[in-house]
Design a protein around this ligand. Structure first.
Ligand code: 3EB
Length: 337
C-alpha cells in the first residue's frame, strides 16, 4: 500500500485507507493518527482512539504529518509530539476519579503548563471527549461543569476571547475524559459566525462560565492555510433551532458552516467558498438517529468530493441531535493553483 506523497508543510492532515496503517505508523513524519472505537484509549502505533464509534467512514484513518521528524515526550499526564513549529498533545483521564469540573481544570492546567514550558503559547484546535456529557452531577450537567473547569484553568486576562481555539466538545459512553490538541508558536485567525452569538458571549443559562472557544480558526502553516471549524450545531443566535427535526438541524449546521467558510475566505483569502469544498467533516450523531437519512442528505447537499465521517456521540445540549466539525487542510487550493 502506497501512502500519499509528503507535502513539505509544517502540518498536513489527510485521510488514508485503514489498510495503510502499518506504513503510516512507521512513517517517522507521522505526528498522530486519529481513529475511532468503542472506548477512548491510546494505542502504541501512534493511533489515538476516540470513544465515538464510526457509523460511516470506518475504513478511514485521519493522519497528521509534519515536515520535520517530531520529538516525542511526556509531561505529567500529557503525551506529546512536537516539531519546531507545533505541538500535538493528548491526555486521557478516568472520569471516575473526581468531578468533571476538577478533572477538566486539572487537564487544562497541565496543558497550559506544557504550552508555557515548551513555548507553544497559541492553542489552535482542541477536541474534548467527555464521559456521559448530559449526565447531571452536583446539580449541573457535566458539559456545564466542563465549561466551568475549563474557564478556571485558561488564561482569562484582557482580550483572551480573541485568542480562543476552535473546539469540539461531545460525549462518549465510556468512563474517560480524552482531550487532544494542536498548539503553535504563532496565533491563528479567529472566525466568528454573524448568525450566532459567540460562544464566549452566551448567556449564563447555557453554562455558569461561558464556553471558551472560537467558531473557527484559520491557521497558516508555512505556505499552506488550514481552516478548523468547531463543532457546529443547529443554533441561531444562542438558541437551538428545529428541536427533534434531524434533517432541519442538519441543514442549519451546514448553513452555519457555509457562513464560516465564506467569512474565512473574506478574511484570509482561503480560496474556498462553501462547506462542500472542505477536506472533511465529522458528523457527531446521537445514537438512534437515522444514519442513512443523514448520509444521503449530506451527499445531496455537499457532493462526493469531501470525506464524511459519521460518529456516534452525545451532544452537549440535549435538544441537539447532531453537531458537525469541519477541516480544510489546503489540498484543493494547491491542486487548482
Ligand atoms: C455550540 O455551538 C455547540 O464547549 O468547546 C460546540 C463546540 C459546542 C465546542 C465547547 C461546544 C463546544 O454551543 C456546542
Amino acid at each position: 500500500m502506497k501512502i500519499n506523497p509528503r507535502q513539505n508543510f509544517p502540518l498536513d492532515v489527510y485521510y488514508q485507507q485503514r489498510s495503510a496503517l502499518a506504513d503510516v505508523a512507521a512513517d517517522p513524519y507521522t505526528l498522530a493518527i486519529i481513529d475511532f472505537g468503542n472506548r477512548s484509549r491510546f494505542s502504541h502505533d501512534k493511533r489515538l482512539i476516540i470513544g465515538t464509534p464510526a457509523l460511516a467512514g470506518s475504513h478511514l484513518l485521519e493522519v497528521w504529518r509534519t515536515d520535520e521528524i517530531p520529538e516525542t515526550g511526556v509531561v505529567g499526564e500529557i503525551h506529546y509530539r512536537k516539531t519546531p513549529s507545533l505541538i500535538f498533545g493528548q491526555i486521557l483521564m478516568d472520569s471516575n476519579i473526581g468531578r468533571i469540573e476538577s478533572i477538566t481544570q486539572d487537564a487544562y492546567r497541565q496543558i497550559n503548563r506544557l504550552q508555557q514550558e515548551l513555548d507553544y503559547p497559541q492553542m489552535i484546535r482542541i477536541w474534548n471527549y467527555l464521559s456521559w456529557i448530559n449526565r447531571h452531577d452536583d446539580g449541573m450537567e457535566r458539559y456545564q461543569s466542563f465549561c466551568v473547569g475549563r474557564h478556571q484553568a485558561i488564561d482569562t486576562s484582557q482580550g483572551f476571547e480573541s485568542h480562543l481555539p476552535a473546539a469540539t466538545a461531545v460525549g462518549t459512553r465510556d468512563d474517560k475524559v480524552l482531550i487532544y490538541f494542536i498548539a503553535a508558536r504563532e496565533d491563528g485567525i479567529q472566525i466568528e459566525n454573524p448568525l450566532q452569538v459567540s460562544a464566549f458571549d452566551y448567556p449564563a443559562r447555557y453554562a455558569p462560565k461561558s464556553p471558551a472557544f472560537s467558531r473557527a480558526i484559520v491557521k497558516q502553516w508555512g505556505e499552506s492555510k488550514h481552516l478548523y471549524i468547531s463543532g457546529t450545531a443547529s443554533i441561531l443566535g444562542h438558541e437551538t433551532r428545529h428541536k427533534d427535526k434531524l434533517l432541519e438541524q442538519l441543514d442549519e449546521c451546514l448553513n452555519n458552516m457555509d457562513v464560516l467558510v465564506a467569512e474565512a475566505h473574506v478574511q484570509t483569502e482561503l480560496g474556498i467558498n462553501d462547506t462542500s469544498q472542505l477536506t472533511a467533516i465529522k458528523i457527531y450523531l446521537l445514537p438512534g438517529e437515522d444514519l442513512e437519512a443523514v448520509l444521503s442528505h449530506v451527499r445531496k447537499r455537499l457532493g462526493d468530493e469531501l470525506e464524511v465521517l459519521v460518529l456516534s456521540a452525545d451532544i452537549c445540549r440535549n435538544d441537539l441531535l447532531l453537531e458537525i466539525e469541519g477541516l480544510f487542510s489546503g489540498k484543493k487550493s494547491l491542486l487548482s493553483r
